[in-house]
Ligand binder design. Structure first.
Ligand code: GRF
Length: 298
């Protein structure tokens, strides 16, 4: 099947490359010459490189944006021409994953910048960290208690204003509205603290996940990073990492072990995302292309 037909069948985002699901191409995909990778070929799809203008951010308290400053940071492209990405992170709690991705961005290992934090709790640890670090905070959703929160379409418009490329859910406890999912196809990731599809779905969050893992007798657990669809924890799995469940573990001990691995895995995945190394297999499964050896996937 030619690349163009693969794209039209599986890629709603025309910048996303796709590979067929044959054993040969899965394990030994053709290694395109580095220059050809970014140009048209039969099997590989060109990336459209967009050079966006330096981002200007504004102050606007009425529409749910609490605090806004100039969010511009590194504007450089990678050697292969890949544009630096703009990320929105969604948080409801402490925000330790958000912090580790932000630190990786500042440290240079993630080729992208967190340009906005979205939260349903203005006082949560993640919101405080964002304000302390000059990252604009957007309140979502709008509720009776939070009339200054954004409605779904306004949230999409806000993310567009920030020129967001990818959305990273990191402990955001509200369901993502369909308006956002349609506006950002194959561009929204979530991290869940168990090996999905086990111990996922509505009601499986926080310590409940780890208690259920321990009660089940499972000997392994670990984080899953998946694309987001319209339901809880059912989108395509992109990456997983395994940690042991020890005989005497409490839920808190297991949670701490998994969380440590979450930080590592989310940074690794965000790095690949920003470097455009997510490849969609013909059957719709997303894979991460190795940076060192582009013919290898995980
Ligand atoms: C993590 O365990 C993540 O898997 C889940 O929510 C938790 C968020 O933790 N979705 P933190 O706010 O990043 O510390």
């Amino acid at each position: 099947m030619k690349a163009q037909s693969l794209v039209s069948r599986f890629c709603s985002n025309p910048t996303t490359p796709s590979i067929p699901n044959t054993k040969k191409s899965f394990f030994q995909a053709p290694t395109p010459p580095s220059s050809a990778y970014f140009s048209q070929s039969r099997k590989w799809v060109s990336f459209k490189i967009q050079h966006s203008a330096p981002q200007r951010v504004w102050y606007n308290k009425q529409n749910g944006v609490e605090e806004v400053k100039d969010g511009t940071s590194h504007g450089n492209d990678l050697e292969n021409g890949v544009r630096r990405k703009k990320l929105a992170v969604f948080v409801s709690g402490g925000g330790s994953n958000f912090k580790s991705i932000h630190e990786a961005s500042l440290g240079g290992s993630v080729h992208g910048d967190i340009v906005v934090l979205v939260t349903n709790k203005r006082g949560c640890g993640g919101s405080v960290y964002a304000r302390d670090n000059g990252i604009p905070v957007v309140l979502f959703p709008k509720t009776k208690d939070k009339p200054d929160g954004l409605a779904p379409n306004d949230l999409v418009a806000e993310l567009r204003k920030f020129e967001v490329d990818f959305v990273l859910l990191a402990g955001y406890l509200k369901l993502i509205p369909v308006e956002l999912i349609r506006a950002y196809p194959r561009s929204i990731l979530n991290i869940h603290p168990s090996l999905l599809p086990a111990f996922g779905g509505k009601g499986y969050y926080g310590m409940k996940v780890h208690k259920a893992v321990i009660a089940s007798g499972a000997r392994f657990s670990g984080p899953t990073i998946h694309f987001v669809d319209e339901h809880y924890d059912t989108g395509r799995i992109l990456a997983q990492s395994v940690v042991p469940v020890l005989a005497k573990d409490t839920a808190e001990e297991l949670a701490a072990r998994v969380l440590q691995e979450e930080h590592r895995l989310y940074v690794e995945v965000t790095t690949a995302l920003c470097e455009e190394r997510i490849i969609w297999r013909e059957d719709g499964v997303p894979l991460i292309q190795s940076k060192e050896n582009p013919s290898e996937y995980r």
